[in-house]
Design a protein around this ligand. Structure first.
Ligand code: DC
Length: 233
């Protein structure tokens, strides 16, 4: 396949809490392209239906299709922000309760179709860097660059614990540990677009390296692939 058929996307997939988000933000800053956290959409859908105590049953699909989610590209912060009723969804989606329920909703075919279509519209406007579980396999299978990020579960738990405590969210090591393990299991065993390494993705294990070494490693890979021109606007 010629490079000209590729999508101007850096796709970053991997296990929960493996540092995909930090890498996404760092690459967005380097290339001055928007970062997109696709998990935010799954988290918002979970928040929305949880609040109504609704699982997938009659009326679910109509409500999902009517969900009027909007996005704005912030060219200063180099990120895409999502809004519902003019409010940034970030205010609602990072609680332990959402983390506990999100794998149920994100395994539903209707939810995956909705989210994938929504995410694909964004690339019509700009090169971008997006992280998730199926970006290189399902959302942007022709992405120019694909990463698959892994790290030891204990390391991922410690990092996530620090992030949540820094945000003032009360949580316990054991709960996070089990949540990450359980999400990886459900996310990688679901029927539709499961978490898996794309055959052409470059895997990085960041267990024993610092965050800056991790980011340098990823940048060097992009340079070695002669792909930087895809992302410079
Ligand atoms: O990246 P995150 O941990 O915030 O994502 C939350 C959940 O959303 C994750 O457990 C699985 C789901 N998800 C998904 O199924 N596909 C994506 N592309 C991104 C997230």
């Amino acid at each position: 396949m010629g490079l000209d058929l590729k999508e101007n996307v850096i796709a970053i997939d991997g296990w929960a809490g493996s540092g995909k988000g930090s890498l996404t933000k760092a690459l967005a800053k380097t290339f001055k392209i928007p970062a997109i956290d696709s998990g935010a959409i799954y988290r918002f859908i979970t928040y929305y239906f949880d609040a109504q105590n609704q699982i997938e049953n009659d009326g679910f699909l109509q409500k999902l299709q009517a969900l009027n989610l909007k996005y704005r590209i912030d060219n200063v912060l180099h990120q895409v922000c999502f809004y519902y009723n003019n409010e940034n969804i970030e205010n609602y989606i990072r609680t332990p309760k959402i983390s506990e329920h999100v794998s149920y909703f994100s395994a539903l075919k209707s939810v995956r179709n909705y989210t994938t279509q929504f995410l694909r519209t964004i690339q019509n406007f700009t090169p971008l860097v997006m992280d998730g579980r199926d970006i290189g396999t399902c959302v942007y299978p022709k992405a120019v660059i694909k990463f698959f990020i892994v790290a030891d579960i204990k390391m991922r738990t410690e990092r996530r614990l620090k992030q949540l405590l820094a945000k003032g969210i009360t949580c316990e090591y054991e709960d996070i540990y089990h949540n990450l393990l359980q999400r990886d299991k459900i996310d990688s065993h679901r029927d539709f677009c499961p978490l898996t390494k794309a055959h052409d993705a470059y895997q990085i294990d960041n267990t024993n390296i610092t965050e800056s070494e991790f980011i340098e490693h990823a940048k060097n890979y992009i340079i070695k692939q002669n792909a930087t021109h895809f992302f410079i606007k």
